[in-house]
Design a protein around this ligand. Structure first.
Ligand code: 13P
Length: 248
């Protein structure tokens, strides 16, 4: 059985006081969790949050990572820098970065490679838009996004990544993919991983993201290939995040 991972993506939310309160609330409510837990916080708060999660079951993550190791790349943060703040994870290729910052499949693949090379676990996001789904292109789009990453990391990289399937139309909209719809795509992704390496492919955690909430988390995470969640809005409320952790 794959261990589940519940990861919060705070996006551009929070502040010193709010972060401290949220993390204190999550820590107070954790009762022997049986899944992996992470919070992916805005970069300026990595130092604060690293201190707040130290010694707890919560791992720290960033929301992006540079495809470069160092140099003249204004505004970027390298995987080495993230490691210095105790980041275990970095989200890579979130649809908000693909659409607002023009990140291509190739750029996402390069970021994934840099993260792995530096010992940071990339949470690689893939997912189709509503028009792509309605045009029957879901598997093509997700397949292309996954293939670009697999081509760059090879079979050796499989043990070092997490994948998150996040249908763009389900993000922040309150519309969730049904467990069956999500499982269908997760199974397609799993088939690609297993084709590259049967053993390693079975071990990769594939998360679902897109309006995962306490009331739908259990049904989603009980599907065969849904190994946890990447949670946006519901990760900003300790009670909701804890309920999703309990569901896992
Ligand atoms: P919501 O849970 O707010 O829909 O966000 C999902 C997401 O984008 C996580 O990365």
């Amino acid at each position: 059985m794959r261990r589940k991972l519940v990861a919060g993506n705070w996006k551009m939310n929070g502040g010193l006081a709010a972060n401290a309160e949220l993390l204190a609330g999550i820590k107070a409510g954790l009762d022997n969790p049986r899944c992996d837990i992470a919070v992916c916080v805005p970069s300026p708060y990595l130092s604060q949050c690293a201190k707040d999660v130290a010694g707890s079951a919560i791992s720290l993550g960033a929301q992006d990572v540079s495809a470069q190791d160092s140099g003249a790349y204004t505004g970027e943060t390298s995987a080495k820098m993230l490691l210095e703040f105790g980041c275990r994870y970095a989200i890579v290729g979130h649809s908000e970065r693909r659409s607002y910052h023009g990140e291509t499949d190739e750029a996402v693949a390069q970021k994934t490679v840099r993260a792995i090379a530096n010992g940071v676990v990339p949470i690689v996001c893939v997912g189709e838009t509503l028009s792509e789904r309605e045009a029957g292109k879901t598997n093509d789009v997700v397949g292309r996004q996954v293939d670009a990453v697999l081509a760059a990391i090879g079979a050796d990289g499989l043990g070092k990544i997490v994948i998150a399937y996040e249908p763009v139309w389900a993000i922040g909209t309150g519309k969730t993919a049904t467990p069956e719809m999500a499982q269908e795509v997760h199974a397609e992704i799993r088939a690609k991983l297993v084709k590259l390496d049967a053993q390693a492919g079975e071990k990769v955690q594939i998360l679902y993201g897109g309006s995962m909430k306490p009331d739908n988390a259990k049904a989603l995470m009980s599907m065969a290939d849904i190994d946890g969640g990447l949670i946006g809005g519901a990760s900003l409320k300790a009670a909701d995040f804890l309920a999703i952790i309990a569901a896992a």
